[in-house]
Design a protein around this ligand. Sequence first.
Ligand code: PLP
Length: 334
Amino acid sequence: MSVIDLRSDTVTQPCAGMLDAMAKAATGDDVYGEDPTVNHLEAELAQRLGFAAALFVPTGTMSNLLGLMAHCERGDEYIVGQQAHTYKYEGGGAAVLGSIQPQPLEVQADGSLDLAHVAAAIKPDDFHFARTRLLALENTMQGKVLPLEYLARARSFTREHGLQQHLDGARLYNAAVKLGVDAREITRYFDSVSVCLSKGLGAPVGSVLCGSAELIGKARRLRKMVGGGMRQAGILAAAGLYALDNNVARLADDHANAQLLAEGLRGAGFEVEPVQTNMVYVQMGDQAEAIKAFAAERGIKLSAAARLRMVTHMDVSRAQIEQVVATFVDFSRK
Ligand SMILES: *Cc1c(COP(=O)(O)O)cnc(C)c1O
C-alpha cells in the first residue's frame, strides 16, 4: 500500500529526473566559492527574484536566521507575526543566536500584519528601548497569499519609518502561482527574501536567501559562523535548479488538489477553512487523535491537531485525494 502523507509538503521524494541532475552536477568546494552548481543556483535565483546576490543554505530556518542577523545588530528588534515561522517555529534563534528582540503582533485573518499595529509597536529612538530595525512578513502565511496591494503599502510604510523588510518566502512560488504573476511581483517589495527549495518545489534539501551584495556578504560570514558552510554542495544545488525549472508551474496542481480535498470534506460535513494554495485546515476538535489513527490504518499520514492542517504536494495525486476524502466520509459515518 502506498502511503499518502499529508502532514507537510516537505515529505516529497526526489524524482528520477532530479536524481539524475544531482548525479551529473559539477561540484567544487563551496566554502572556497568554487562550486559551479551552487554559484549557478545563487546567480539564477538572484536574477529571477530581482536581487544582486543570493546565498544557498541547508534550511529555511538558517536562511531566515541569517537574514534577520544580517539586517539587525545585537539589541535591535524585528516586528513579526505571532504565528510566523520566523518567530514561533525557529527555536527562538534570532534571540538566542542573534541577540535580536522579536516584537510579535497578532496576524490578521488574511495573513498580513495590521500596519497601524506595526506603527504603534515601533519604538522611539530612546535608550530604554531596543532599536526597531525590520519588519518580517511571511508569504504564503498558513497557505494564505498576501495581497500585492498590501505588500506595496507595507513597502511604503517601512520606507517611511526607516525599517528594512524581510520576506519568509518559504512558499513564495505557491503565492506567485496562485496570483498568476512572476515571483518578482512579490519580491520587489522586500530587501531580502528567503525561499525554500525543499517544500512544494520538491528538492530534498536547501533554501536560498536573496538580497543586496552587502547583505549577502554579511550573511555569508554568518553562515560560516553557524556551521552552514557546505563543501561539494552542488549535488544539492542541482536539485534546486531542477526544481526551479520543472516544479514551479505544477504547484497549480497541488492547489487544485487542495480545493478538491476541501470541497470533499465540506460535502462530508466537516468544517473547512477557505483554501487558497496547498493547505487545507479542518476543525477536528476532540477527534484529532481518532482521525489520525483511523487514517493511519488506511495508509494516510496525518498530524494530530484540533485545527488539522493537511498539505498537498507533488507526491499526492488527485486519485489519492479522492481516497482521503472517502476515508473522512467513512470516519464521519463510523
Ligand atoms: C518550512 C518553513 C521554513 C523553514 O524550514 P526548514 O524546515 O528550516 O527548511 C520557514 N518558514 C516557513 C513559513 C516554513 O514553512
